[in-house]
Design a protein around this ligand. Structure first.
Ligand SMILES: [Zn+2]
Length: 383
């Protein structure tokens, strides 16, 4: 903290006047959050004469640029790939990829660092990276590239694996596909976001294929849709699950609607679920998935009946490999006659997809307005 110390010394020796000058010369201001598909990080911002600057070495670290002092030119070079620009402390115009761009003020050398005006990012760095950098000053956000990344919605089961079945012909694999398609249409039309379904027809997929699909599409949310069944017909209500972190969690209070292909023994002594590989992708996102589950549950509660245990953690294999926030929604019980009738009805399906959309919007808004944690991930929202 050499800078703060020197200001402090000034204060002691020349109290009032210099203090005012020091404050007007350089003020730490709220940092800038860099939001990209890879996650988020922060750039410290200092204000000098009412102009916001970021440190070039931090910018380089964030964007993979190489910065070198160019003593001969009295400046500094910034290189990305085969593109290099030269910055000097008396130039507000820089040449980037064959074009001249202007900056609101010249770069400043400060000790052995260089500060560049914050507008350097969208104006000069973006063309070097060949990426859009959207500077949202009021929100202190720098959005990298096209953040309209897809959601992946996973209609559970399919093909020969029908999932849960009601007594009046309601079949889980059909309910999940129908609701997933409706949700895709709604998200795409309301939010303009891309949505991919892991399956768009009646076909079987393994659980690993579903998460692999989401990972390869670089989805920022994975939503697996299911309908539940229980031995007691009275059981009803929707439930939202995210992955449990406890190693080797065993029985819940009832037989859950795990994908039956991975449950060879129901009601017997053991469940052989081959999923205890905890050093896998989803463990990194448990806090986020917990947050996502909370927002989805809040939104669902407004529109549909919830089970007494509305948010739960469970070792669902389909969530384990997801390299993004991931939740599994049991949208109701097919084993409950009333719920079965609802789940196959257009009216309930519409309410369900509106609620799921609302939950995703709540989650997105939370992510965009929440400061980053030390781990670079948004914190868990308050319960
Ligand atoms: Zn299921």
């Amino acid at each position: 903290m050499p800078r703060a110390c020197s200001i402090l010394l000034f204060r002691i020796t020349l109290p009032v006047v210099v203090l005012t000058i020091a404050l007007s010369a350089q003020v730490a201001t709220p940092s800038l959050t860099v939001l990209s598909r890879e996650g988020r990080r922060t750039l410290e911002v200092v204000s000098v004469n009412n102009q916001d600057y970021v440190a070039l070495d931090e910018v380089a670290a964030a964007f993979g640029a190489v910065v070198r002092d160019d003593r001969l030119a009295g400046g500094v070079t910034v290189t990305v790939g085969d593109r290099t620009m030269v910055l000097t402390s008396d130039q507000t115009v820089v040449s980037v990829a064959g074009r001249l761009v202007s900056l609101p003020s010249a770069p400043r050398r400060q000790g052995n660092r260089w500060l560049v005006p914050i507008d350097f990012l969208p104006r000069a760095l973006a063309p070097m990276l060949n990426t859009r950098l959207d500077l949202r000053r009021a929100a202190r956000l720098l959005v990298v590239g096209d953040l309209r990344v897809p959601r992946v919605v996973d209609p559970g089961h399919g093909g020969e694996e029908v999932g849960a079945q009601g007594t009046r012909g309601g079949v889980e694999k059909d309910v999940t596909l129908s609701i997933a398609r409706r949700l895709r249409t709604l998200i795409e039309s309301r939010l303009g976001l891309r949505v991919f379904l892991t399956r768009d027809d009646d076909r079987g997929m393994t659980l690993d294929e579903r998460t692999a699909f989401a990972n390869s599409h670089k989805a920022d949310v994975f939503l697996s849709l299911h309908a539940n069944a229980a031995l007691r017909p009275a059981m009803k209500g929707a439930e939202v699950y995210y992955l449990s972190a406890e190693r080797g969690e065993s029985e819940g209070p009832r037989v859950m609607d795990l994908d039956t292909s991975s449950l060879p023994v129901l009601g017997g002594g053991t469940r052989s679920i081959d999923l205890i590989l905890w050093d896998v992708a989803q463990t990194r996102y448990l806090e986020q998935s917990s947050g996502l589950a909370g927002f989805v549950e809040q939104a669902l509660r407004i529109k549909v009946e919830m089970s007494p245990r509305a948010v739960q953690q469970a070792p669902f294999r389909v969530l384990v490999g997801a390299n993004m926030p991931a939740v599994l929604v049991e949208m109701g019980y097919l084993s409950n006659p009333d719920q079965e009738a609802a789940l196959v009805s257009a009216e309930y399906q519409t309410r369900m997809v509106e609620a799921l959309l609302d939950g995703l919007v709540r989650y997105r808004d939370f992510v965009e307005r929440t400061p980053v944690t030390a781990a670079g991930l948004p914190p868990r929202p308050p319960p």
